[in-house]
Design a protein around this ligand. Structure first.
Ligand SMILES: Cc1cc2nc3c(=O)[nH]c(=O)nc-3n(C[C@H](O)[C@H](O)[C@H](O)COP(=O)(O)O)c2cc1C
Length: 162
């Protein structure tokens, strides 16, 4: 798939629907529960399918102005790390502005989440909403992205800054 092209992937029919939907969107929101201090296995499998989109492989210029929002909750620990991992994937697709939003909720169901944590979630979510709203359409690739993509051999003018 990396060398021949993404359409040769046996799962291309399903994966490309997701990619097309992401390319059409101004904002890409990805959420995962925290499982054993990591993102879910299903999400990691999707990311493996999307590795061809990395800046060093075959990036898509549509990504270079998008905003990413990454969400995770955990009962006690690990959500910070999960959002970092997901944000790293978005960075490698060339998404320049990424917000991470995570909470340790001391519960496995919303009904059991303590009131003070629910309040904190609402307050922080409102703040992120305002930041995202004011940045739609303004995000630009940073120098790090441009430098990484210079090692891209098959970019066909799909590198940041071209
Ligand atoms: C397989 C599994 C692993 C989990 N691992 C963690 C963990 O490492 N840290 C944590 O704080 N909570 C952990 N939890 C609790 C979940 O993060 C929490 O219940 C989350 O809300 C589950 O989301 P879900 O209902 O969408 O599966 C785990 C739950 C499951 C089912």
């Amino acid at each position: 798939m990396y060398t021949k092209g993404e359409d040769y992937c046996p799962q291309a029919g399903r994966v490309q629907k997701i990619v097309e939907s992401m390319l059409r969107s101004e904002i890409i929101v990805i959420n995962s529960p925290t499982y054993c201090l990591e993102m879910s296995g299903q999400l990691k499998t999707l990311f493996d399918h999307l590795g061809y989109l990395w800046l060093t492989h075959r990036p898509r210029k549509e990504m270079f102005s998008k905003i990413g929002i990454v969400l995770s909750t955990a009962a006690g620990a690990g959500a910070n790390r999960v959002t970092k991992s997901i944000a790293r994937q978005m960075f490698w697709w060339g998404i320049p502005k990424i917000y991470r939003h995570y909470f340790h909720v001391q519960a496995a169901r919303w009904e059991d989440v303590p009131e003070h944590i629910k309040k904190k979630i609402t307050q922080k979510t409102d703040k992120v909403y305002l930041k995202v709203k004011s940045n739609i359409g303004k995000a630009k690739p940073n120098l790090k992205m441009i430098l990484y993509s210079t090692s891209c051999v098959k970019c066909n003018n799909q590198t940041p800054g071209t």
